[in-house]
Design a protein around this ligand. Structure first.
Ligand code: PEP
Length: 251
């Protein structure tokens, strides 16, 4: 099977709409001027407030648009939330769900994450489900049981394979510490197996991204692992040259 790759930038809470425009213009210039593998897809997830400008600047470019969160109801009395149809209407295709910062800072539960996955798929948005263990969980030998639990509860009863998984060890996010390629591959193979159990053969072709301090200098080695289909990039996605260099690490 020909392996496909997806590199996604998670901008987090960075960039006013004007700042976002500058970065997107540079990304578009670089993607038009550079050479990229045909196996690669690219997406960026700016803050909600930059999505409308991003959609217009990315029109006719190969860079897809994603959001960093959504709420699981289509409309109603949910002050401060953003619904799947609102994102669809802006031209958003991907949505990050269950990022560790949302789990830890905003107390998002596996139950809520499950409802968000369903809502995204019902509105033809592709969820990027984030899973990963803390350092204490890894050190006590619980990485697989934690990740297995997160995936089983998020995907309970889900048959739609319009879905991307991002393995993001919590201890590697924004810390400069990266899982070794072997460590990451071991967890990706474990996740692949869970996807195969749930989606049969189709699970073999699903994207499993690695996230956690992926940078131009470590991307190629991580991306070479058989079950790593790309990256979810935080810090390095805010520097156009670095983000594109990670894309160019796909051979
Ligand atoms: C992330 O937050 O999704 C992430 C991977 O961040 P960083 O690349 O900065 O570790």
């Amino acid at each position: 099977m020909d392996k496909k790759y997806l590199i996604v930038g998670n901008w987090k809470m960075n960039g006013t709409p004007s700042q976002s425009s500058v970065l997107i213009e540079e990304l578009v210039q670089r993607v038009n001027g550079g050479h990229f593998s045909e196996k690669l897809s690219l997406a960026i997830c700016p803050p909600f407030t930059s999505l409308e400008r991003a959609a217009s600047l990315l029109k006719n470019s190969p860079i897809a648009l994603g959001a960093q969160n959504l709420y699981c109801e289509p409309e109603g009395a949910f002050t401060g939330e953003i619904s799947p149809p609102m994102l669809r209407d802006l031209g958003v295709g991907y949505v990050i769900i269950g990022h560790s910062e949302r789990r830890s800072i905003f107390q998002e539960s596996n139950g809520l994450i499950h409802r968000k996955i369903k809502a995204a798929q019902e509105h033809r948005l592709t969820p990027i489900l984030c899973v990963g263990e803390t350092l204490a969980e890894r050190e006590s030998g619980q990485a697989e049981s934690v990740i297995g639990g997160q995936i089983r509860s998020a995907l309970e009863g889900i048959g739609d394979r319009n879905l991307v998984i991002a393995y993001e060890p919590v201890w590697a996010i924004g810390t400069g510490k990266t899982a070794t390629p072997e460590m990451a591959q071991e967890i990706h193979a474990f996740i692949r197996n869970l996807l195969e159990q749930q989606f049969s053969k189709e699970g073999l072709a699903m994207h499993i991204l690695y996230g956690g301090s992926m940078k131009p200098n470590n991307a190629a080695e991580l991306l070479r692992q058989p079950d790593i289909n790309g990256g979810l990039i935080g810090g390095a996605s805010l520097v156009a040259g670095d983000f594109m260099a990670i894309g160019q690490a796909v051979e």
